[in-house]
Design a protein around this ligand. Structure first.
Ligand code: HEC
Length: 190
């Protein structure tokens, strides 16, 4: 009878490993919360921000209601699968954004996938009301990113061992002849 209820050796090992994972997760969570509550610095620095005009606020609503969030993400709204538009206002001008919405294929530096003429999926965008497109452009231009944010065109201030190592690992020989290192051009300006 007792052999029916007691666990086999393999089951004990499996449950043991499973239990160890749960214990480790609980300890990890408690430590994380403890550190977070006792630290005066935020765990993750927020480096994106927004500043909206009245028009931009209206644009934010139109953005959410016009199917943009099916492919985009902005201010915690939308999908992670597509192109994030957070910080766009630090990368592009208002004129660029408006012009992209109106005439994507002429404005975008590369071939477009979804914006453009039918049957592209976002072909409805240039056909929207002009006032609405201007409001959306005002909204997107209000999405700013500080230097060093993932959505910022500028890498973090100062030397970064991580970026240097990544460059060494992935950049092909002679990349400096073809491309410009934005970090160096910034140093030169100062
Ligand atoms: C079917 C998917 C899809 C939908 C819907 C869509 N987009 Fe896009 N969007 C893209 C893709 C993909 C790109 C990159 C350019 C391209 O390939 O078309 C892009 C690029 C952009 C860009 C340019 C970003 C840059 O850095 O140049 C803006 C601005 C933009 N979309 C705004 C919008 C707005 C506003 C809407 C809603 C009215 C919208 N998109 C709806 C897929 C979509």
């Amino acid at each position: 009878m007792s052999s029916k209820n007691s666990m086999k050796q393999g089951e004990k090992v499996l449950f043991g490993i499973f239990g160890a994972f749960i214990v480790a997760a609980i300890i990890g969570y408690v430590v994380l919360e403890f550190v977070r509550m006792n630290s005066d610095k935020p765990l993750f620095e927020v480096k994106t921000s927004y500043e909206f005009t009245e028009e931009g606020r209206r644009g934010s609503k139109i953005f959410r209601e016009s199917g943009c969030t099916a492919c985009h993400r902005a201010m915690r709204n939308g999908t992670n699968m597509g192109l994030s538009l957070d910080g766009l206002g630090s990368k592009r001008s208002y004129e660029y954004i408006y012009s992209f919405l109106k005439k994507p294929e002429e404005t975008y530096a590369a071939a477009t996938i979804d914006h453009g003429m039918r049957p592209k999926e976002a072909a409805y965008v240039p056909e929207m009301d002009d006032v609405d497109l201007r409001a959306i452009a005002a909204f997107l231009f209000g999405l700013k990113a500080e230097q060093g944010a993932a959505s910022s065109p500028m890498p973090p201030e100062g030397k970064s061992q991580f970026i240097d190592n990544m460059l060494k690992a992935v950049a092909p020989e002679g990349w400096k002849d073809k491309y410009q290192d934005v970090r160096e051009s910034k140093d030169a300006e100062e």
